[in-house]
Design a protein around this ligand. Structure first.
Ligand SMILES: NC(=O)c1ccc[n+]([C@@H]2O[C@H](COP(=O)([O-])OP(=O)(O)OC[C@H]3O[C@@H](n4cnc5c(N)ncnc54)[C@H](O)[C@@H]3O)[C@@H](O)[C@H]2O)c1
Length: 412
């Protein structure tokens, strides 16, 4: 299949592009490199040293004999999206290309605006391009389990049957997102649902849980292919932060009581889920929703398992509860359904001591690169400033996109 991977330089996008390429799909990547610009803005960096996107793709070509086409550009640029569809005629678009950090969207007004405008406009441009140029193309869109919030009832996969005043209907599941970032995903879901109903497009909205683990079979096969390892307070998820803290000999910092429970998925299962989704497109006119996670953990349970494995590795860890910068329930019911991807054939890797040990190994190997001052949270949900710092994605992304396009117009 001809597959366009939007956001193919990122944490999920790069291993997915390699996985699809290794499994015989014809892959092209579009990415505006905003994630790398944000590292500079925040004064952080991947714990693993990562090669440039060009070097990654060239190394993959040498090792596998398979080409991955590359376009540096922003999905917010309508001409770029139009040209991509005209030149590539993709049969599936996997859309990872969004600002994906909740804390980033809560730094200040400009960060919230950038996140919502960038995410919503990029998705709209894809939908309009599909409508005009590739109506049978399948959009596989990354949403998040965070769209649902933590309702006091079971979370269904996208839709819920409701009885009201003697009548019943199957309707989109109610959403209670917990940040301006999560809200952008809800806005996307509504736009996609509308485009499917109105234009007969086909889409899969994957409400993904928090992704842990860092490498896949392909990314660990060569140093130039290594995937990024985020551990800072803005982009690093709890497991990664805890592993880096344990490796550095500082306390594992748990937000509040640590009872917050969420859905999690191993990166190796993320890439497989995307493959399963693109290989089983829904019929025209349908927005299929699947909850893409495999298990539930609370923050304190995660701290505990990292603590225990770190102790076995003689790292002398400790756990400290700190004020929760987020506004969220710390003690709540959480039961979300996740059977659709299993029904399609997913065989989950579940989180165990072996995976934690491999993450701790990686954290120890690269601990000299850890910038510990970036691990403690600064953005606070209760006080988001009107005037604040300027986000890198506003400043750089459009410029980079324009420069790249004028330098290499025919790079596809
Ligand atoms: N990582 C997780 O735990 C997780 C969990 C749930 C959902 N998701 C979703 O999966 C997707 C990928 O997440 P990730 O962790 O790989 O994020 P990431 O930030 O590592 O990757 C996103 C990539 O998209 C690029 N990008 C961003 N905006 C763009 C634009 N307008 N045009 C072109 N490229 C753009 C970035 O440069 C980056 O390389 C996101 O949509 C995210 O919301 C991720």
């Amino acid at each position: 299949m001809r597959v366009l991977v939007a956001g193919g330089d990122g944490f999920c996008g790069w291993p997915t592009a390699l996985h699809l390429s290794a499994n015989g799909h014809e892959v092209a990547i579009v990415d505006n490199l905003a994630r790398r610009a944000i590292d500079e803005e925040l004064g952080t960096d991947s714990l693993t040293p990562i090669a440039s996107l060009q070097a990654r793709v060239e190394r993959w070509r040498q090792l596998s004999g398979r080409e991955i086409d590359l376009e540096q550009g922003d999905l917010g640029d309508p001409q770029l999206v139009h040209d991509l569809f005209t030149e590539l005629r993709p049969e599936a678009v996997v859309h990872f290309a969004e600002q994906r950090s909740a804390p980033y969207s809560m730094i200040g007004r400009q960060h919230a605006v950038c996140t919502q405008v960038g995410n919503v406009v990029g998705t709209l441009n894809l939908l309009f391009a599909m409508h005009e140029l590739a109506p049978s193309c399948h959009l596989v869109k990354l949403g998040t389990m965070g769209e649902y919030g933590t309702p006091n009832i079971d979370i269904e996969e996208g839709y819920i049957e409701i009885e009201h005043n003697g009548r019943s209907d199957v309707l989109p599941y109610p959403k209670q997102p917990g940040s301006f970032y999560h809200l952008s995903k809800v806005h996307d879901s509504h736009n996609i649902f509308f485009a499917c109903r109105t234009w007969g497009l086909r889409a899969t909205d994957l409400n993904q849980g928090i992704v842990y683990n860092v490498q896949t079979q392909q990314t660990r096969s060569d140093p130039t292919l290594l995937n990024r390892f985020d551990y800072d307070a803005v982009f690093g998820t709890a497991i990664n932060r805890f592993c880096v803290q344990a490796a550095a000999g500082v306390p594992l910092t748990v937000y509040g009581e640590g009872g917050q429970t969420r859905g999690f998925i191993d990166l190796r299962d993320t890439v497989r889920c995307i493959e399963l989704a693109i290989e089983t497109p829904p019929p025209a006119g349908q927005m299929r929703v699947m909850n893409q996670f495999t298990e539930q953990w609370s923050v304190m349970q995660l701290a505990q398992i990292v603590y225990e494995v770190a102790q076995e590795m003689e790292l002398s860890p400790s756990i400290e509860n700190i004020d929760n910068p987020r506004v969220e329930l710390e003690d709540h019911y959480y039961h979300a359904k996740c059977s659709k991807l299993i029904d399609l054939g997913l065989q989950p890797h579940l989180l165990g001591r072996e995976t934690i040990a491999s993450l701790l190994d990686e954290a120890v190997r690269h601990r000299d690169r850890a910038r510990l001052q970036t691990v403690l949270p600064e953005a606070n949900w209760r006080s988001v400033p009107y005037w604040g710092s300027e986000p890198a994605i506003a400043r750089d992304a459009a410029l980079q996109s324009a420069a790249a396009r004028s330098n290499s117009p025919a790079s596809m």
